[in-house]
Design a protein around this ligand. Structure first.
Ligand SMILES: Cc1cc2nc3c(=O)[nH]c(=O)nc-3n(C[C@H](O)[C@H](O)[C@H](O)COP(=O)(O)OP(=O)(O)OC[C@H]3O[C@@H](n4cnc5c(N)ncnc54)[C@H](O)[C@@H]3O)c2cc1C
Length: 289
């Protein structure tokens, strides 16, 4: 059972900020797929819910000034259906495809996934390798924050009481490929045990190629190992190199032993395997070496 709460659905930013300015404990409601569970479990105070779904400036996927802007209310289904995301920002498409079930994908939003900031959140690692930025809006204006700074800790993001996440910005690179892979306990619907995103800029030009790898559900927030990225950038990626990369990736993480979904040793072994799978699919692994 839910406790009683007030419900508002502002139609303009002015109405939104009037409500958030006066009510520090108000909760923003997007798709509700995380929030309503928290409200039912009474783990979140909720005297007031502010439903942002009527705010049009938080919607839509558009290219703008050299980046892709994805409104915070973009649903997972809309991400999965977007041609530009599938072709250019493929790791996001992969994440959308792996996400929950059709009903949840129709309702859940990218903004809610980011602000909820669960360690295994599907979009954590793709957004990190894609160098995404959070566009945050409040009564004093807009702040643009690199996504890895926006996530501060488990369930904690850089948002003041009267601010909301308006959109995600993704830089555009002409030559960019990326993939995301995750493992879960069951084939049906379950959160990721571990997830890995791999991105390469200028993939066909070995000398200039830049590789990025982010791992999810292995630390409090998504994690990148810069040493491994340097090892893989600007060189032929051979099986020999891959062996030491997998070792270094495994050594660099210390997943918590209290995780419900998998033991640390399993996660440590799997980050390398998921990385290999993505490198193979992106055509970055030298054949027969
Ligand atoms: C059955 C089921 C399956 C699921 N499967 C997955 C899965 O496979 N992968 C995965 O990562 N997650 C999964 N989830 C979790 C959840 O669906 C996602 O985290 C989802 O993206 C949350 O988005 P939402 O719009 O529903 O957020 P909401 O529940 O509306 O909000 C979540 C939190 O973010 C805040 N918030 C939302 N939008 C904004 C904004 N624009 N500005 C400021 N604050 C905001 C809310 O106040 C709340 O604290 C699943 C959940 C369920 C119930």
């Amino acid at each position: 059972m839910f406790k009683k709460f007030d419900y508002y659905a502002p139609k303009t930013l002015a109405e939104l900020f009037e409500l958030t300015n006066e009510n520090n404990e108000a909760q923003i409601l997007a798709g509700g797929t995380d929030l309503l569970l928290k409200l039912r479990e009474k783990t979140t105070p909720h005297k007031m819910l502010i439903d942002i779904k009527k705010l049009d400036n938080f919607r839509g996927i558009e290219t703008k000034d050299g980046y892709l802007r994805m409104g915070a209310l973009t649903t997972i289904r809309e991400i999965q259906a977007s041609k530009i995301i599938r072709e250019k920002y493929t790791a996001l498409y992969d994440a959308a495809k792996s996400f929950g079930c059709l009903e949840i994908r129709n309702r859940a939003t990218i903004g809610g996934n980011i602000v909820h900031a669960s360690p295994g959140a599907e979009f954590g690692t793709p957004l990190f390798v894609l160098a995404a930025e959070a566009e945050v809006i409040g009564p004093d204006g807009t702040r643009v924050i690199p996504i890895h700074e926006f996530w501060q800790d488990v369930y904690q993001v850089d948002l003041k009481d009267n601010e909301v996440l308006a959109a995600i910005r993704l830089p555009y690179y002409e030559k960019m490929v990326s993939r995301y892979h995750r493992l879960s306990r069951v084939k049906g619907m379950d959160l990721a045990i571990v997830g890995v995103s791999v991105l390469a800029l200028d993939p066909a030009n070995i000398e200039k190629r830049e590789v990025k790898i982010a791992m999810g559900a292995v630390a409090r927030i998504p994690f990148r190992n810069k040493e491994v990225e340097t090892m893989l950038s600007g060189v032929k990626i051979t099986n020999e190199l891959l062996v030491s990369v997998k070792e270094k990736l495994s050594d660099s993480i210390a997943p918590r032993s209290s995780s419900l979904r998998a033991k640390p040793a399993y996660k440590k072994a799997m980050v390398g395997n998921l990385t290999e799978q993505a490198l193979l699919e992106l055509g970055l692994l030298e054949e027969g070496e």
